[in-house]
Design a protein around this ligand. Structure first.
Ligand SMILES: [Zn+2]
Length: 428
């Protein structure tokens, strides 16, 4: 007799075997993709086609110059632009929008199991929005759960983007939240505190638990008046960077103050997240040292919206004016701009919003497309695998209706997503 659990197990088994098929079937993957145009990570090419075999791109160019692999199935993508799978440069898959639940309550009142279930949905939404790679900038209190999610995605158990993970992230003692409790109450924090010599052990511990890179908060809102002020000394930041670097891993820094950005840059971080208070001098230093800026414009606008700002009505908030000025100054100094919106503060799957805002704040659509593909791949040391449409790279491809090089909002009109040669999403 069947016990009642069987249908459930059968359902799980069906999901697993379906996913396993997705993950392990490359032997028969052979496609010729025929869009209206191809964006290869650099330029738009009208009338180009792309050939895929197994998990790789094997040809790109005008149709008469591309040889389709044997038994290739032709997929017509009329009116569409085929691009490299987009790369989200700054997300928190373990957070969800703060107008649903405040950040404090997510850290303090949501169990890790609950947060993992949510993160699983977030990963799928991100992939279906055309983002086949995500750099996750910290679990914000969910410990090392990102390593488990990454493994489940890699094994084909759940759909999701390729993940680069930072695990817990590192903060200076006393700087980070949740805050405001009686001294006898020891709440869990949104990141791991450490100082001075302890930093060596904490960096190594995070690496040992799967961190692909180290994220450090070089400043935070802990000034006397609650304003952002530097946290770690230059020597501490140098210790973090050197410890991570000797293991082959980069360090990236949250920094919104000019001094936090300056110290992080001098210490050798590779990207600076936010950068709102950047000055021409600090951006010049970043450009000289090859440090990129990930401006996270969308997170800023999202938070203003949660506080009641209605875009287009009333006076433009100082924060928006400041953000635009800092991005202008960074670009004027020649700083490389990363595409990363801080998804999690706002909805996962809405990642294209940052691309729209980058255009609104002064960048050209084609430069934004480059940032979200080839440039992010270079910044994250992935350009030998993803970020461009070139023979030999992984077949991470997304087709959108229209031409996002003319109207960036077309990046939201995702109709087809391929990851590693597997079709993971089509609409319809
Ligand atoms: Zn963030």
């Amino acid at each position: 007799m069947r016990c009642p659990i069987h249908p459930v197990l059968a359902g799980i088994a069906a999901v697993l075997s379906f996913s396993a098929t997705l993950a392990q079937e490359p032997a028969e993957n052979a496609y010729l993709l025929r869009p209206e145009r191809v964006f290869d990570g650099r330029e738009i090419h009208d009338g180009w086609v792309v050939a895929v075999h197994l998990d790789r791109i094997v040809g790109v160019g005008p149709q008469d110059r591309v040889e389709a692999p044997g038994k290739a199935r032709t997929i017509e993508l009329p009116g569409m632009t085929l691009m490299p799978g987009l790369i989200e440069g700054h997300a928190h898959l373990f957070l969800h929008p703060y107008d649903e639940t405040t950040w404090n309550d997510q850290v303090l009142r949501e169990s890790q199991a609950y947060r993992v279930v949510r993160a699983t949905r977030h990963a799928r939404a991100t992939l279906e929005a055309g983002f086949t790679t995500v750099r996750d900038l910290g679990t914000e209190g969910a410990g090392y759960a990102d390593a488990g999610l990454k493994r489940a995605i890699d094994e084909g158990i759940v759909p999701g983007p390729r993940l680069l993970i930072s695990s817990k992230a590192i903060v200076a003692t006393g700087a980070y939240g949740p805050k405001g409790f009686a001294p006898s109450v020891d709440p869990p924090l949104g990141a791991e505190p450490a100082d001075a010599g302890e930093l060596v052990r904490v960096v190594r511990d995070q690496i040992g638990h799967g961190a692909d890179f180290i994220k450090v908060y070089a400043d935070y809102r802990w000034g006397p008046g609650g304003e952002a002020r530097p946290t770690f000394s230059l020597a501490e930041l140098e210790l973090i960077v050197a410890t991570a670097r000797s293991s082959g891993r980069p360090t990236v820094a949250h920094a919104a103050t000019a001094e936090g950005m300056r110290r992080a840059t001098l210490a050798g971080v590779e990207t600076i997240e936010h950068g709102d208070g950047g000055t021409p001098a600090v951006f010049a230093l970043m450009a000289e040292r090859g440090v990129a800026l990930c401006p996270t414009i969308a997170a800023g606008e999202a938070v203003l919206g949660y506080r009641g700002w209605i875009k287009g009505s009333g006076e433009t908030p100082d924060r928006v004016i400041q953000k635009k000025a800092s991005l202008d100054a960074a670009r004027a100094a020649g700083v490389t701009i990363c595409m990363g919106g801080d998804a999690g503060v706002f909805d996962h799957g809405d990642n294209g919003w940052e691309m729209e805002l980058m255009v609104e704040y002064g960048m050209t659509p084609i430069d934004v497309l480059r940032a979200a593909t080839r440039i992010n791949a270079e910044l994250f040391h992935l350009d030998d695998r993803v970020g461009s449409i070139e023979p030999g790279l992984l077949a991470d491809l997304v087709a959108v209706e229209g031409n996002p090089a003319e109207d960036i909002s077309d990046v939201r009109a995702v109709r087809f997503v391929m990851k590693g040669g597997e079709i993971v999403f089509t609409d319809p």
